[in-house]
Design a protein around this ligand. Structure first.
Ligand code: XMP
Length: 429
């Protein structure tokens, strides 16, 4: 194994992720593990050079103070205690803390600053091969950042022992299913099962206007389609998952309560008895992107903006019809093309179009015509809990309006949504 590791044991502090990032910023790989890890488990982890314990006010769980085992305190690894009590350094005092952290990692632990993507990938390839052996792995490949990066990594580690399943539910953006086939089947030579489930999803969604009901149908149907494909394949022992570290944080740990349950953690029926392979589960989003880039994935896959699981289904407002779905897909493609051309692609956090289920009168070819409006949304945010509206140049909005109303069938007006979150949400449904 190529990288040294600093272990952070979770005593309930919300600072753990921040400390992990700070250790990595110093060039040393770090992982966070539960407080009740045994010494044998620690010793089974590769190249652990030292342990950081961070307690703080959340250390008391159900009335009892939690702690790591005595055998860990007594083992020969250096331990740094970070707490409100005593003289130990506290991460809020930035300079003192950074110096103390650096002294600990390089001085006491003798770790080397050898954390980089090449070493991470090399180590993960070794770990994946060790875990999987000569068995087979299945992966649901949506084409989003996380599943694409995990696919690329698994292909590098185990090649044709991996089978990727891409379910096209008809709610992806223009060109996305084609790109998944191009990159993974043709360029990376992966086993890729492409499932055209467009009619199946759209039939199930016909006439359903309630957003939550739409989400349930899309999520539920996705699992059913994937499960059917999984049952067709023989001898699969493992399920690859693009779980990343923020998913785990949000789903809660033994000591930190869940913020929300996450779709990547759990989900498939229990009788599909797979062991999980989750090589990205300790990476933050920017590190996942760097990993994808190092594995040779195209920029527009690695740096893509967030896209909701139910896809265009929640942007074709109300009951989905094929013609309005096509209009939202085409207008979204124009918006993305123009944002890319005008240097806004990497600058704006999320931008898309939505189409409401109303028509208004307009003029087309000299005649009155009832057609739909399209809404443009372009927002910036740090955590998606609040958002501000991007100040898109007026001339660009006019140009996009001109293109959408002339190139997209059935659309005669374009509106720009000026509402921050709150009071709006980012999506319209
Ligand atoms: P809202 O609309 O709640 O969106 O302000 C916040 C962020 O979450 C995304 N979003 C979803 N993502 N499944 C997802 O995977 C969903 O059902 C869903 N709804 C909203 C939204 O695109 C934004 O980035």
């Amino acid at each position: 194994m190529k990288q040294d590791m600093i272990l952070i044991l979770d005593l309930g502090s919300k600072e753990n992720a921040k400390i992990a990032r700070e250790v990595r910023a110093l060039g040393v790989y770090s992982e966070i593990h539960p407080h009740d890890i045994t010494l044998a488990e620690v010793q089974a982890l590769p190249n652990v050079k030292g342990i950081i314990l961070n307690g703080g006010p959340n250390r008391v769980v159900d009335g009892a103070e939690i702690d790591v085992s005595k055998e860990i305190y007594n083992c020969d690894l250096p331990v740094l205690l970070v707490d409100h009590k005593g003289d130990a350094p506290w991460p809020e005092d930035d300079e003192v803390w950074k110096q103390a952290l650096s002294n600990f990692i390089f001085g006491m632990c003798g770790a080397e600053a050898n954390w980089n993507m090449e070493n991470f990938i090399a180590d993960q390839i070794e770990l994946i091969r060790r875990q999987v052996g000569d068995k087979k792995v299945l992966l649901a490949l949506s084409g989003g950042v996380d599943s694409s990066v995990v696919a690329a990594l698994l292909i590098k580690a185990i090649g044709k022992q991996l089978t990727c399943v891409h379910v096209n539910h008809g709610l992806l953006r223009k060109g996305e299913p084609e790109q998944v086939v191009q990159v993974f089947r043709h360029e990376m030579d992966a086993n890729l099962v492409y499932v055209d489930a467009v009619d199946r999803f759209l039939d199930k969604l016909a006439g359903v206007a309630d957003p939550e009901q739409k989400r349930k149908i899309i999520g539920g149907e996705f699992i059913r389609v994937f499960e059917e494909e999984a049952r067709k394949l023989e001898g699969i022992s493992f399920l690859g998952q693009g779980t990343i570290y923020p998913d785990i944080i949000e789903s809660g740990t033994k000591t930190v309560k869940a913020v929300k349950s996450h779709h990547n953690v759990g989900g498939l029926p229990e009788d599909l008895d797979f062991e999980l392979v989750e090589p990205l589960k300790m990476l933050f989003k920017d590190e996942v992107r760097a990993c994808g880039k190092a594995l040779g994935l195209p920029d527009n896959m690695v740096y893509r903006q967030p896209f909701p699981g139910p896809g265009l289904g929640v942007r074709c407002l109300g009951a989905i019809t094929r013609d309005r779905l096509e209009a939202v897909r085409e207008s979204d493609a124009i918006l993305r093309e123009e944002f890319a051309k005008n240097g806004l692609e990497g600058k704006v956090w999320q931008y898309f179009t939505a189409i409401p289920d109303i028509k208004s009168v307009g003029v087309r070819d000299g005649k009155r015509a009832d057609e739909w409006p399209v809404i443009i949304r372009a927002v910036n945010t740090v955590d998606a809990m609040t958002a501000t509206v991007e100040d898109v140049p007026f001339a660009l909005l006019q140009h996009i309006t001109d293109r959408i109303t002339h190139e997209v069938k059935g659309v005669n007006r374009v509106l720009f949504d000026l509402t921050p979150k709150p009071t709006g949400t980012i999506e319209w449904e």
